[in-house]
Design a protein around this ligand. Sequence first.
Ligand SMILES: NC(=O)c1ccc[n+]([C@@H]2O[C@H](COP(=O)([O-])OP(=O)(O)OC[C@H]3O[C@@H](n4cnc5c(N)ncnc54)[C@H](O)[C@@H]3O)[C@@H](O)[C@H]2O)c1
Length: 249
Amino acid sequence: MLLKDKVAVVTGVGSDSSIGRATARVFAAQGARVALIDIDMEAVQASGTALGEPHRAYLSDVSDAAQCRRTISHIVADLGPVDVLVNSAGIVHGTRITEIGADEYNEVLDTNLRGTFLMSQAVVPHMQAQGSGNIVCVSSIAGQSGGGVFGSSHYAAAKSGIFGLAKALARELAPHGIRVNAVAPGPIDNDFTKGRMTSDIKRELAAKIPLGRLGTPQDVANACLFLASDLSSYITGIVLDINGGLLIH
Ligand SMILES: NC(=O)c1ccc[n+]([C@@H]2O[C@H](COP(=O)([O-])OP(=O)(O)OC[C@H]3O[C@@H](n4cnc5c(N)ncnc54)[C@H](O)[C@@H]3O)[C@@H](O)[C@H]2O)c1
């Protein structure tokens, strides 16, 4: 059991096919007590029911500092000190640069980048007090390559920002025994793009991927497990690509 008796917080656990939910399942199977966080009330209830005891689900907006702090306090009171945080909450809009308004820009930056920053900020004091901790930030290949399936420059900018944030936190927090890493998934076969990824687009994409298929939420969850566990004990500040070879540096 790679996460036996650890308390793990996972954000963005919405649908059954989300990367967050898959990660929560994998962590629970490895012995962790998991706190699941989402902004969507129905999703929160469904995810709590799906995992059952001793795991808990919490309603929280990761882009709101007060909510992040409050939720982490509740989690510490309910489950104990937080050992692992996976920042997976995210949102994308496929909009061309000339069509992106201020509200949409803010929503995308606030959810992906500010949310990762604020949730990390909320858990770090608890991790520092313990002298250990582990943060995994779910970024995207879009932050490395600029995306390209749909126009989403704000999304690519936010995901690119997550790499800098994770690396800076890795440096700053290493003396406190806290490791921080990012993962960069390529296209994952779920409904993150809310139906825009048609089966034709998926087929065309799969044909360009050396391993011949899109990724699965489980592929990303397994990488998160590696980074969150002692299997990666000497790794901090990295970006782990999960893209079937779509982007080979
Ligand atoms: N699916 C892909 O193809 C893909 C590829 C690369 C990276 N990613 C990244 O993976 C992460 C997870 O995406 P997914 O595929 O599981 O999509 P998803 O839509 O299934 O899950 C994202 C979840 O985040 C939640 N969320 C949105 N805003 C929130 C907020 N302010 N506070 C709390 N929760 C919020 C949503 O309700 C949803 O449940 C995202 O950060 C995404 O950018 C996804």
